[in-house]
Design a protein around this ligand. Structure first.
Ligand code: AMP
Length: 191
């Protein structure tokens, strides 16, 4: 089993690259952002709680997302591997994920960290907001809040996996194909 974290700030291209990676390698894609948006669309209690944080550009509480991940892992016992996109986003989520995977006798093999400068991130997100239908992409203040949450709470995830030498940084600027090719090269090198 191969388990990969696609890591990076909002707007670094995780969603776009995930789509291409799952097509090529047949991983099970787990995007907590997509899962949360489905809960919001279905107007579940979890979705209603999550929306109040997402609308402000803040992270949803750890226990909410960890519970969701646990259910998805249990529901996919025969997956060839998981591609985590937008998760883990805090050190506590990383530790919880490692425990959940250890219970299934597996682990995170590699963390692919996309690097994009901040001005480019804001530009991409505002541009995405024109078509994505995502309210958190339209307002620059919310976008900046998401980037600050990333710097304060999510960057420590890279430090956490760095202690196990699992992080590989990838330049997240260039064409979609160039970035995809860099990601594939690292995955193929590892396996
Ligand atoms: P994304 O689609 O990954 O950009 O996520 C959109 C929003 O969903 C984020 O700004 C957070 O409010 C929330 N979210 C997604 N994944 C997580 C996570 N792992 N932990 C906490 N909040 C999350």
């Amino acid at each position: 089993m191969i388990n990969i974290i696609l890591f990076g700030p909002p707007g670094s291209g995780k969603g776009t690259q995930s789509e291409k990676l799952i097509e090529k390698y047949s991983f099970k894609h787990i995007s907590t952002g997509d899962l949360l948006r489905s809960e919001i669309a279905a107007k579940t209690a979890l979705g209603i709680e999550a929306k109040s944080f997402m609308d402000k550009g803040q992270l949803v509480p750890d226990e909410v997302v960890i519970g969701m991940i646990s259910s998805v892992l249990d529901a996919n016992p025969h997956a060839k591997g998981f591609l985590f996109d937008g998760f883990p986003r805090t050190k506590a989520q990383s530790e919880a994920l490692d425990k959940l995977l250890a219970n299934k006798h597996t682990e995170i093999n590699i963390v692919l960290a996309l690097h994009v400068n901040e001005d480019e991130l804001v530009k991409r997100l505002l541009n995405r907001g024109l078509t994505s239908g995502r309210s958190d992409d339209v307002n620059e203040e919310i976008i900046r809040a998401r980037i600050i949450e990333y710097e304060n709470k999510t960057m420590p995830v890279a430090d956490y996996y760095n202690q196990f030498n699992k992080v590989v940084t990838i330049k997240g600027e260039g064409t979609i194909e160039e970035i995809f090719s860099s990601l594939c090269k690292e995955i193929d090198k590892k396996f």
